[in-house]
Design a protein around this ligand. Structure first.
Ligand code: CA
Length: 212
């Protein structure tokens, strides 16, 4: 009964956030979503077992330490600014969900209701997997994870990169022509070595069943 999405990208975004209560068996109590274009420099178990202090979600807040991005901070103006009332706007490239709590609080039902209501306006929900949990914050607060867990060049400063644990290749609103592979080589010093290692493993048959 939910509004259908016409683009495949938006359908994937919808599944990623709207159906987490029914996608997994009941004995799965927690999930960690990690975007496929991230390089992780630590043990993800530390993140997975973060104490969410009784929250349904753990997200990092959108970074705004890069001065060149000042003109693109959409949540610091207009609709989002007045809606958030000083709360952070969070990024959906990586997030933690306490599924048990998501189910008992009926959070996914609330998200689907919001999706149905806001989705009628074609101008809204341009990043629906991100907009919906942020929009529900006054009812279902988000636990803000320490910001070193997610760094991306478009929004975060070079200084913050020194402490970055996860590097995401998020889109750059000022430069849309660079491909993800070009970005990876330019931004992540260890990427080439990691890529070479994967290629060697494939040649040795280690990943023969994996479709790359
Ligand atoms: Ca990403």
């Amino acid at each position: 009964w939910l509004l259908k999405q016409s683009s495949r990208m938006r359908t994937v975004w919808a599944y990623k956030i709207l159906f987490l209560d029914v996608l997994f068996p009941l004995n799965v109590e927690r999930i960690l979503f990690v975007d496929a274009d991230q390089v992780i420099r630590a043990d993800l178990a530390d993140l997975y077992f973060t104490d969410l202090k009784d929250h349904v979600y753990g997200f990092t807040a959108f970074c705004y330490s890069r001065k060149e991005a000042d003109g693109y901070l959409f949540w610091k103006q207009g609709y989002w600014k007045s809606f958030l009332q000083g709360l952070d706007y969070h990024i959906s490239a990586m997030f933690l969900v306490d599924l048990s709590k998501l189910r008992t609080t009926l959070t996914a039902d609330m998200l689907r209701g919001q999706y149905q209501m806001l989705g009628r306006d074609p101008e809204s929900l341009s990043n629906l997997d991100q907009d919906l949990p942020n929009h529900l914050q006054h009812v279902i607060p988000i636990y803000t994870l320490p910001r070193e867990w997610l760094w991306c060049e478009s929004w975060c400063s070079d200084e913050d990169k020194q402490k970055a644990i996860i590097i995401d290749l998020c889109n750059n609103p000022a430069n849309r022509s660079e491909t993800k592979l070009e970005s990876a080589k330019r931004i992540i010093p260890e990427w080439q070595a990691l890529n070479d290692q994967v290629l060697r493993d494939i040649q040795q048959g280690g990943f023969e069943k994996m479709e790359l």
